[in-house]
Design a protein around this ligand. Structure first.
Ligand code: ZN
Length: 144
């Protein structure tokens, strides 16, 4: 039973990162149909306008702009520092926190509002007990 599938597909690090078979990964939010608020992860009631049962899953854009960031110098053992922890406003709605890569962790180089894209990569080369690797999302600067 355990060795049913020889090819172990990667697993998403969060349940709102979707890996459609044969398709491109994407982030999914739940959008309140009453007030337009976005939430990551499943929920049935809106904590902004208190509407019930008005949530609809939406695919988030892979482009956005940097809203805020901080350079992290200390983290858990095994996590390489420094790195840039960022908050990004995605085009069309949705605000997501993640790591900004492809840029020096240097405040001189990072601009608020800079255009970024969402990229999907293996997360830290870790595997679970069954040999699945993990896939995570990152932000990286884009030209425009
Ligand atoms: Zn709402």
């Amino acid at each position: 039973m355990a060795d049913e599938s020889a090819a172990k597909g990667p697993l998403p690090v969060v349940d709102w990162l979707k890996l459609p078979e044969g398709g491109e990964p994407y982030l999914e939010a739940h959008k309140c149909q009453a007030c337009g608020a976005f939430y990551l992860g499943e929920r049935s009631n809106c904590s902004k306008c208190f509407a019930r049962g008005r949530m609809k899953p939406v695919r988030l854009a892979n482009r956005g702009t940097l809203y805020a960031y901080s350079i992290v110098h200390r983290s858990f053992p095994g996590i390489e520092t420094p790195y840039v922890s960022a908050i990004v406003d995605l085009e069309g709605g949705g605000t997501v926190k993640g790591n900004l890569i492809g840029i020096d962790p240097d405040p001189e180089k990072i601009r608020m509002g800079m255009p970024v894209e969402v990229v999907y990569k293996d997360a830290l080369g870790r595997k679970d007990r069954e040999g699945h690797s993990y896939i995570s999302y990152f932000f990286q600067p884009r030209a425009h």
